[in-house]
Design a protein around this ligand. Structure first.
Ligand code: ADP
Ligand code: MG
Length: 228
């Protein structure tokens, strides 16, 4: 079975009297160990789709399974547990905790979610900081790092708890072209090495070429699937 499966998924937001349908009857299957991108203009439904797969929101109708688990009926506690165990997230604004060093930011999920013992934790954190090329910057605070460096730390943080799936909503939107490309390359490298599935969204056609499979969205629908 596919790692991610959506059947007939729709999402409608109510804004007062007005309803906005941000996803319309989406059918999707994403296999394990793939590097996938959602591309489309602003408002096409990329964030909604990632949020549904990431158990951050629920569909109005349809079924979603992630790693053989039906997730669309989760309550908020079940969703949080599932995210902690199976998913990693990378954000457009990096979302590093400003009072923690790079090292502590990467360590955070292992303390908060997984309760990994100290020795093992240190090993894991250093391994991932090294893998993203940030070991020598580990004691710096986010304010002392460039955007590209912050996103490298965020990639390490997303991977440290060994998730099956990493979701990245416009991870390069706040980066210059060179850093953006490097971050995507890094995600690709990590995907290759760890066999983690990555799904990232972007509206940048240059970056999309790096994905193995590209789904194009328009007005809440998947209108094209391209295999690179
Ligand atoms: P994208 O990430 O591709 O820009 P979104 O998924 O954010 O697209 O949005 C898709 C559509 O759903 C847009 O029309 C947007 O205005 C609407 N939408 C998204 N989130 C909400 C929300 N929380 N409340 C109301 N409308 C929303
Ligand atoms: Mg978005």
């Amino acid at each position: 079975m596919a790692l991610v499966q959506l059947q007939n998924v729709s999402k409608t937001y109510l804004m007062g009297e007005v309803s906005v349908q941000s996803l319309k009857d989406v059918e999707l299957e994403i296999n394990e160990q793939t590097f996938v991108s959602f591309v489309g203009p602003s408002g096409s439904g990329k964030t909604t789709l990632l949020n549904l797969i990431g158990c951050l929101d629920k569909p109005t109708s349809g079924e979603i399974s992630v790693d053989n688990t039906l997730v669309n009926h989760f309550n908020s506690k079940e969703a949080a547990l599932f995210r902690g165990k199976h998913l990693g997230f990378i954000f457009q604004n990096f979302n590093l905790l400003s009072v923690l060093t790079a090292y502590e930011n990467v360590e955070y999920p292992l303390i908060m979610v997984q309760n990994v013992p100290a020795e093992k934790r240190r090993e894991r954190v250093l391994y991932y900081l090294n893998a993203v090329g940030m070991a020598d910057q580990k004691d710096k605070f986010p304010s002392q790092l460039s955007g590209g460096q912050k996103q490298r730390v965020a990639v390490a943080r997303a991977l440290v708890a060994d998730p099956k799936l990493v979701l990245a909503d416009e991870p390069t939107a706040n980066l210059d072209h060179v850093s953006a490309y490097k971050v995507i390359e890094l995600m690709r490298k990590m995907q290759n090495e760890l066999k983690t599935t990555f799904i990232f969204s972007t509206h940048d056609p240059k970056i999309v070429k790096e994905a193995e499979i590209v789904y194009s969205l328009e007005d809440g629908k998947i209108v094209n699937k391209q295999i690179n």
